[in-house]
Structures are given as C-alpha cells and as structure tokens.
Design a protein around this ligand. Sequence first.
Ligand SMILES: [Zn+2]
Length: 68
Amino acid sequence: MPIYEYICEKCNERFSLLQSMQAREKDAKCPKCLSKNVKKVMSSFCCSSGLGNDFSPSIPSSGFTGGG
Ligand SMILES: [Zn+2]
C-alpha cells in the first residue's frame, strides 16, 4: 500500500496517509485541524543522487540524402 503525502491548506500541516490505490483525495483529512482542505503532494519516490548524465547525443550515421 502506497503512502501519500498531504499538505493541509489550512494549517500547512504536512502528513502522510497510508491509502490504497482506490483511495480518493477527499478521504484525506488533516490530523491537526481536521480540515478536509488538503492537497496531495508528490512524494519523492525517485532516487536522485549525484549528477550522472549518461546520455550522450549520438548522431545516426545515415547516408547523405538529398540532391538536386
Ligand atoms: Zn490542518
């Protein structure tokens, strides 16, 4: 079960909820002020460590096309 992170727009409380995939955003509630005015935030699932730029532009060696 994924953990979703929410931010309360009322008191700016940041909390995480363990919800199923079918869970809706409206089911979330701020544990602090019990407000339902919360916004889902994207948790950083992707691991971003280091600046490894392994992408190198490779030019396809295609034949010369064109001509007049
Ligand atoms: Zn709140």
